[in-house]
Design a protein around this ligand. Structure first.
Ligand SMILES: N[C@@H](CCC(=O)NCCCC(=O)O)C(=O)O
Length: 255
């Protein structure tokens, strides 16, 4: 019997917990999905290797790519610098999920590292560190010596582009910002949805897809009290719900 709420697969990150390798997702991502009516499940990196991947994904109605302190492997976007915070297994799973979501019209929402993965998956590149570029003046990086609540406080505006998915929300909002990397060259078929006042790309979407959106900020920390965060999670889960109500056979014939 089908569950009543859409199943949202959340990609896990590699962490050490009590000195032991662990597949982990911050609670806030799970809470955001549950609050907006989804049924969160966590996907460890082993899901990517599994010959059962397609069968597993046929049960999934939406994919959430979370933020992470780790970075996308430079080789994925043609860069050669040494990366000291890699998570190669997460890269593999996220890219496979992006592939599947693109091919099968699965709703996908990507946050921070997730947006960066989405851009790289579609052939774009990243600034490995936006600070030495001299291109941006907003405060995009948190002060990690401050309490967590302060790190995730809203810090700059985002200017929403006309004609995109977010335009139905409004023209301008204010967001938090905690990232060292940033989009340099935009990936193919991607549309810029919003920029910071200094021009940094803050939100992207895939054209010709029901819902594939990435944001550079963190809506999951304010999923129940910030209008844009609520809009994003509501739209994501609503799209997943529509897919959930499509009979599996009809979905399979889309392949
Ligand atoms: N490592 C990348 C991406 C930054 C990012 O995703 N931060 C998230 C912090 C943890 C969280 O709240 O999910 C970069 O530095 O740009």
């Amino acid at each position: 019997m089908k569950p009543t709420r859409p199943i949202i697969a959340i990609v896990c990150c590699h962490k050490l917990v009590d000195g032991q390798p662990t597949q982990a997702v911050y609670q806030k991502y799970i809470d955001a999905v549950q609050y907006h009516g989804g049924n969160a499940i966590l996907l460890p990196y082993t899901a990517a290797d599994d010959s059962n991947f397609s069968a597993l994904m046929s049960l999934v109605d939406g994919v959430l790519l979370t933020g992470s302190y780790s970075n996308v492997a430079p080789a994925r976007y043609g860069a050669t610098h040494i990366e000291d915070k890699p998570d190669l297994n997460r890269d593999t799973l996220s890219f496979q999920l992006l592939d599947y979501a693109k091919m099968h019209d699965v709703p996908l929402f990507a946050v921070c590292r997730g947006l960066q993965e989405m851009n790289v998956y579609f052939g774009g590149t990243l600034h490995p560190d936006w600070r030495p570029t001299g291109l941006f003046y907003e405060q995009h990086l948190e002060d990690s010596s401050r309490p967590i609540e302060e790190q995730y406080q809203t810090i700059h505006d985002v200017l929403i582009e006309e004609g995109g998915y977010l335009a139905s929300f409004g023209q301008k909002w204010h967001v938090n910002s905690l990232h060292k990397q940033a989009i340099d060259r935009l990936g193919d078929s991607l549309q810029i949805e919003a920029r910071a006042p200094d021009g940094l790309v803050e939100a992207i979407s895939l054209s010709q897809h029901p819902f594939m959106i990435g944001v550079q900020w963190h809506p999951e920390v304010s999923y129940d009290n910030d209008e844009l965060s609520k809009f994003l999670f509501r739209e994501f889960i609503n799209h997943a719900r529509k897919r959930h109500h499509t009979p599996y056979q009809a979905q399979a014939s889309q392949t």
